[in-house]
Design a protein. Structure first.
Length: 292
C-alpha cells in the first residue's frame, strides 16, 4: 500500500506549479463551500480573536486562510520530488540570525507557531543553516503516511524528533550544537500542567516544554514566523528573543512568545492555523493564575 500511495503522490508532485495551484483552487472550492471543513471552528476562533471586525471581514480572512491551507497541502505533496535548488529559490530567510551562533558552540532553540508553510521551512533549514537542524513533529497514526511524511520531511537532512518520544529521540544530540525547532503554540494535552496566558483577550493554555528546554539547555531562543511573499514564495523571519535563557524563568520565556505570536497573527491573520481549537480548554481556578 505504501508504494501505491507514494507512486500516486509522486505523479502529482512532478506536475508544474501552475497546474498544482489550479488544482488547489478547485480543492479550495470543494473544501470551503461544499464540505465546509471545520468552518464552524475557524469562524468561532476568528470571532474570539477579532470581535471588533465585521462578519464580512472575518469571512474574508477565513477564505484566505483556506486558500493558504490547501496551497500548503499541495506544496507538501510537491516536496516528494522538488529539488533543493527550487526549495531554496522559493523559501528564503534571514538565516544569518541563527548562523551567527555557529562558531560560538551555543545551542539554538527556534520557537514558532503553526503558520504556513511550515513544511517548506522544515526542509529549507537543514540546507541553509550551518549547524544540525532538529525538528519536533507529531507522528501520524497511519503507518503508511507516517513513513511517507518522514521520508520527504527528512530528505534534505532534517533530524526528526517524535513529540511522543522527545526525550529518547533527543538524547543523541544533547551534547552537540544544534538548532532545534518547536511548534510553541501546540495545544497541551493536559491543561492543568500548562502555562495559562491571555491570548487575544481570552485564557489559553501553552505548553511548558519549549521554555523549560531552553532554560535547561541554555539554548539561545529565536522566535520565528513565515511571511508569504506571493503564492508559492515564502520568507522565514527570525528574531533573537533571549540569548541568556538562564537569566529568565520558563514562564517569562513563554509569555514573551505568546505576545510575539499574537502580534504576528494580527499582522498576517490568514497565515495561522485557525482550524485547530486554540481555546478548547476552559480555564479553572486550580490551574493557577492567568498571566497577562
Amino acid at each position: 500500500m505504501y508504494y501505491i500511495i507514494y507512486g500516486f503522490l509522486w505523479l502529482i508532485s512532478i506536475l508544474p506549479f501552475p497546474v498544482l495551484y489550479f488544482l488547489s483552487d478547485g480543492i479550495y472550492g470543494l473544501v470551503f463551500y461544499i464540505l465546509k471543513y471545520r468552518r464552524r471552528v475557524v469562524m468561532d476562533n476568528l470571532l474570539l480573536a477579532f470581535p471588533e471586525k465585521t462578519k464580512n471581514e472575518r469571512t474574508a480572512i477565513a477564505k484566505k486562510f483556506y486558500h493558504n491551507l490547501i496551497d500548503t497541502f499541495i506544496e507538501t505533496i510537491k516536496m516528494i520530488s522538488v529539488s533543493e535548488k527550487t526549495i531554496l529559490k522559493r523559501f528564503t530567510g534571514n538565516w544569518e540570525v541563527i548562523n551567527a551562533f555557529h562558531g560560538t558552540g551555543r545551542k539554538v532553540q527556534i520557537h514558532a507557531g503553526h503558520n504556513f508553510n511550515w513544511e517548506w521551512c522544515n526542509v529549507s533549514c537543514p540546507v541553509a543553516l550551518q549547524m544540525p537542524f532538529l525538528a519536533v513533529y507529531m507522528p501520524i497514526t497511519n503507518k503508511n503516511f507516517e513513513r511517507l511524511f518522514y521520508k520527504f520531511r527528512s530528505r534534505f537532512g532534517t533530524h526528526l524528533l517524535r513529540a511522543t518520544h522527545m526525550r529518547e529521540d533527543f538524547m543523541p544530540y544533547r551534547n552537540d550544537q544544534y538548532a532545534l525547532a518547536l511548534a510553541a503554540d501546540q495545544n497541551p494535552g493536559h491543561p492543568a500542567s500548562a502555562w495559562w496566558f491571555n491570548f487575544f483577550g481570552h485564557p489559553a493554555p501553552f505548553v511548558k516544554g519549549p521554555g523549560k528546554g531552553a532554560v535547561t539547555n541554555d539554548a539561545v531562543v529565536v522566535f520565528a514566523f513565515i511571511h508569504k511573499i506571493r503564492r508559492g514564495y515564502y520568507e522565514a523571519v527570525f528574531t533573537v528573543a533571549e540569548e541568556n535563557p538562564a537569566t529568565v524563568t520558563e514562564q517569562e520565556l513563554t509569555g514573551k512568545f505568546v505576545k510575539y505570536l499574537e502580534g504576528v497573527i494580527r499582522q498576517y491573520p490568514d497565515m495561522w492555523l485557525w482550524s485547530h481549537r486554540r481555546w478548547k480548554w476552559e480555564w479553572k481556578e486550580e490551574y493557577g493564575e492567568v498571566n497577562k
